[in-house]
Design a protein around this ligand. Structure first.
Ligand code: ANZ
Length: 797
């Protein structure tokens, strides 16, 4: 009897659905909990791609094991369903984005079900559903009332083509991430969330979580905490003064000119009549450049003199004030003191425009280039002879005593722009009265639902909602109001969706407090690394905030985070329509079955690595499943007494598969299962209990075929809640050896492994050791030499 994937997969998917096999009773606190979260998909018009099942299969494997280990598992799925593509579609076709979105959600759901994921569909959420966004609006309202959501004048990234403001992480090389349209800076009244208030908390929290070090580092850099000082400069002959932010106030004696960002408020006030024209022209020129273009290190420096001078507070020297685009309006104070002797950018600028260069740190000459290394202070009066650290402390004390500056911590992190002039997002639940005051809606007025429109495009920088006059205008407390017509950004719903899954039908609050206490934090979160500074920072801030409000029980929402790697085309390039190398998961499922697709994607290589698709290996994965089927179903080898011949192989397999699933080393778990099957084929008789337990383990990867085998062999309905096999350590002792691992000749770790283990497995195990990974990360593995039962030598560079 051959395994028929078409029939069997349909049969089990129907069984699971009908019997609600994966439904979680969130109120059952009798078992330990396990909350596994996947980054929910944006339901695009293209359906699932092969990258989706990669992360989703990995989390599914862990969940299936945890259920058998006796955990109460929460494994939900939903849709991040507001956003630009649906809106672009609506603008182009005149159709409502909701219909299109719901259609896409349907397709996605069918595809996800077809892959046999053990999601609890009763917990599904969709961010564009008013029942969901009622609570997104409610959280916004709390932020507003606590002064963290603010309506302020703000320099924004404006994209004319998309007719909306974009967040920094949505801009690549000065162009919109979506569509590649030009982006310019302009001032606008904006809703922002003061995420900077949480900067220190967001830094500290990173020390508590089990996340990839690289992602933590990206977040640290994005937050960009820097310790420095504010120094005040008077403008010569004016009442005006300005403040600069510097990390090197100790170099103040070497400050020979100042630079204001072209957008700095003082520029027009201090520019002398002779320079007005040039300054105006230069400002115009800068408006169209992105921050990224402006701060590029190698770019030719440009700038103009304002005609005005500043007084260096430490020696009363007059220094010229310039404007240049290498100083950003949005960082620090938008003004700098330039120390060309010791800063490369200032040096380049000073050379180009013939400005004075004064060396204040002893060391190499600054004739040819800036001297950026540390050195003892010279030409610096009371700082002479001091090192950097001491000089900074002395200077800060001097600035504070003389009331011309103070120490200052600065963050690169900006306020989070929280509004767009677009239709397809959560309406901001605020009304503006004619007298300029505003007010958030009453809880009873939520959700504030989007009105119907017949044209979804914004005009002249105005939100499309502006045209829904009947919706916009109203009266409250006897006063006329207009509703806020911008909507929330795409990141709003995803900043808290993981809380709603826990109690998605609650009509009274975002989720029951007892449930949040029991289920949070998320134990395992799997998704792509591209969200390192967007979603993964925003959601941490909201969670920290809700913690402060006493709503959630923990500061950090995601205990463990894992990024799956990218699946590339067979040619090693990114899959894309234009390259014609896109693999459609539906086709694979049709030809080979969902089990094969799942198994194949887990066997491609380490989960976190990028790896190319390979059709031959898809077929091989199916062949191996057939080989397992033949062994247990067709070969008549199962017996009820244990002759001990498989004791070692079986126990080694249980041990390795269990720990590999725990650490998400799915590929090596599969290798071990393959070894076990090879060992079984060498035996005439296979102990039935071993076979059944093996099927349970494999079912995490290939659930349909395993349900089928388990049913044939036991007559039972589903193996979902059968007990997970345990290891009999006594069967392993004699057969294990300790092996050492060297990387480039240095001892980097040890591990226990079966004696005479297959070289391939030894290699993989060695390469997967944490202590080895830290020494091979970012390097290419040149050679791996295994001296059996003794040592593994890795050459990497
Ligand atoms: C004088 C100085 C001397 C500086 C020196 C550096 C080296 P981080 O560490 O990234 O915070 N800066 C300040 N505001 C700026 C702005 N809006 N646009 C561009 N550059 C700005 O960098 C802080 C340093 O970057 C500051 O310290 C300032 O230059 C510059 F030998 O002040 B420094």
């Amino acid at each position: 009897m051959e395994f028929n994937h078409v029939e069997s997969e349909k049969k089990w998917q129907e069984y699971w659905e009908k019997n609600k096999t994966f439904e979680t009773d969130v109120w059952d606190f009798s078992k330990p909990k396990f909350y596994a979260l996947d980054m929910f998909p944006y339901p695009s018009g293209h359906g699932l791609h092969v990258g989706h099942p990669e992360g989703y299969t990995a989390s599914d494997i862990v969940c299936r094991m945890k259920r058998m280990q006796g955990y109460n598992v929460l494994h939900p799925m939903g849709f991040d369903s507001f956003g630009l593509p649906a809106e672009q579609y609506a603008i182009q076709t005149g159709n409502h984005p909701e219909g299109f979105t719901l259609e896409n959600i349907k397709t996605f759901t069918t595809q996800l079900k077809m892959l046999g994921f053990s999601f609890d569909w009763d917990k599904e959420v969709s961010t564009c559903d008013p029942k969901f966004y009622q609570w997104t609006q409610w959280i916004f309202k709390q932020l507003y009332e606590d002064g963290l959501a603010k309506y302020v004048d703000f320099p924004v990234n404006w994209c004319e083509e998309l007719g909306t403001v974009l967040a920094n992480d949505e801009i690549i090389d000065g162009k919109s991430e979506r569509g590649g349209y030009p982006v310019v800076r302009k001032m606008m009244k904006q809703w922002v969330i003061d995420i900077v208030k949480y900067a220190d908390r967001l830094l500290d929290g990173l020390n508590e979580v089990d996340w990839p070090e690289s992602t933590k580092e990206i977040q640290r850099n994005w937050i960009g905490k820097s310790r420095g000082a504010h120094v005040n400069f008077k403008v010569d002959g004016h009442d005006e003064s300005f403040t600069v932010f510097t990390t090197r106030c100790d170099t103040l004696f070497g400050a020979t000119y100042c630079v204001l960002a072209p957008e700095h408020a003082l520029v027009d006030l201090i520019t002398t009549p002779e320079e007005k024209e040039k300054v105006a022209a230069y400002k115009q020129e800068c408006a169209s450049k992105s921050d990224m273009e402006r701060t590029e290190l190698n770019k030719d420096k440009t700038g103009v003199f304002t005609g005005a001078y500043a007084i260096n507070p430490v020696n009363q020297k007059k220094v010229p004030i310039w404007i240049s685009d290498y100083v950003l309006a949005s960082y620090g104070t938008g003004a700098i003191m330039a120390v060309p002797a010791h800063d490369e950018r200032d040096y380049e600028f000073a050379k180009k425009f013939g400005l004075e260069i004064i060396q204040v740190l002893d060391g190499e000459s600054v004739e040819e280039k800036a001297m950026v290394d540390d050195g003892v202070h010279i030409n610096s009066d009371f700082l002479d002879g001091l090192n950097k650290e001491d000089a900074i402390n002395v200077m800060i004390a001097w600035l504070e005593t003389n009331k011309v500056g103070q120490s200052k911590i600065n963050y690169r992190l900006r306020e989070w722009i929280f509004a767009r002039q677009r239709y397809w997002g959560e309406p901001i639940p605020v009304v503006h009265f004619d007298d300029g005051t505003m007010e958030a809606l009453e809880d009873s007025e939520l959700p504030l639902v989007l009105p119907e429109l017949n044209d979804y495009k914004g005009q002249a920088g105005k939100s499309p909602l502006d045209r829904a006059t009947a919706w916009v205008e109203g009266e409250k407390h006897g006063k006329h109001y207009r509703r806020e017509t911008s909507t929330m950004p795409g990141s709003a719903g995803s900043s808290w969706y993981f809380l709603r899954y826990i109690d998605p039908h609650n009509e009274k609050e975002i989720a029951d407090k007892k449930l949040l206490e029991h289920w949070m934090p998320v134990d395992l979160y799997i998704g792509g690394p591209e969200h390192a500074v967007g979603h993964l920072l925003y959601s941490r801030m909201w969670n920290n905030y809700l913690y402060d409000k006493g709503i959630v029980p923990c500061k950090e929402p995601f205990k463990k985070l894992f990024h799956q790697g990218m699946i590339l085309g067979e040619n090693g390039e990114k899959m894309s329509k234009s390259r014609g190398n896109v693999i459609n998961p539906d086709d694979i499922v049709k030809a080979y079955g969902a089990d094969t697709l799942r198994l194949y994607e887990m066997f491609m290589g380490p989960l976190e690595a990028s790896k190319p698709w390979n059709d031959k290996n898809v077929e091989a994965s199916r062949k191996w499943l057939d080989r397992v089927w033949r062994l247990f179903i067709d070969s008549n080898r199962l017996v009820d007494t244990n002759d001990g011949s498989l004791d070692f192989s079986y126990n080694a397999t249980v041990k390795k598969v269990t720990s590999d699933i725990e650490t998400l080393n799915m590929n090596t778990a599969i290798s071990q299962m393959m070894i076990f099957i090879n060992d079984c084929y060498k035996q005439e008789k296979i102990y039935r209990e071993y076979a059944l337990n093996f099927i349970k383990m494999l079912s995490c990867f290939a659930p349909h075929i395993c349900e089928e085998m388990y049913q044939i062999l036991t007559g039972k309905q589903t193996l979902t809640y059968e007990p997970w096999p345990t290891v009999d350590e006594s069967k392993l002792i004699l057969n294990e050896v300790e092996m050492a691992v060297q990387v480039n000749g240095k001892m980097r770790g040890k591990f226990m492994i079966a004696k005479d283990e297959d070289t391939k497995i030894v290699e993989e195990t060695a390469l997967n050791l944490e202590s080895v990974k830290t020494h091979t990360e970012g390097k290419e593995i040149r050679k791996v030499i295994v001296i059996p039962n003794k040592i593994v030598n890795i050459v990497a560079n």
